[in-house]
Write a protein that binds this ligand. Sequence first.
Ligand code: S3P
Length: 183
Amino acid sequence: MEKLREKNERLGQPFEYNIVLIGFMGVGKSTISKKLSEICSMDVVEMDQLIAQREGMSIPEIFETYGEPYFRDLETNLLIEMQSKRNVIISCGGGVPMREVNVKEMKKNGKVILLTAKPETIMERVKDSHDRPLLENNKTVEHISSLMELRREKYEAAADIIIETDHKSTVEICEEIITRARA
Ligand code: S3P
């Protein structure tokens, strides 16, 4: 970890752009953002967390009270707002790259990193949580797998860099992000 921090310092910082992490629910965007922010001394904007904080309710409550389109508009507005920032890590909710306008916004000042994992890995990571309305009543590898397939094309089209996360440690993934984003 110390070595990685030194390596990042040698490579020169700050980033002149934002690091935008995208990927399926449970792929590890929040965990990676947190570690990357420690290594690179960058702030993190955790989109879901900020939206929930501003609305004063959880993501499932927002879905239930106002519906999904309302939540998706909040995501778009937040991304637009983020364009005034530089050198921050933006951890996107899994559905953000589905809207073309969102992808356009994130690409304005950001390098877009897609994290991927196998459906079985995702299942392991989400099975005990209850904060994802789109999985709540259908937490199966089959459902995850088919939703992932539906989203794959848009995820890949949005990405500047694609990083597989299966069988890699958090630090290894961060190292790969730093090396490839700097290249
Ligand atoms: C969603 C992903 C969630 C959250 C909401 C919808 C999605 O974020 O924004 O439940 O459509 O994939 P995470 O990817 O952080 O779980």
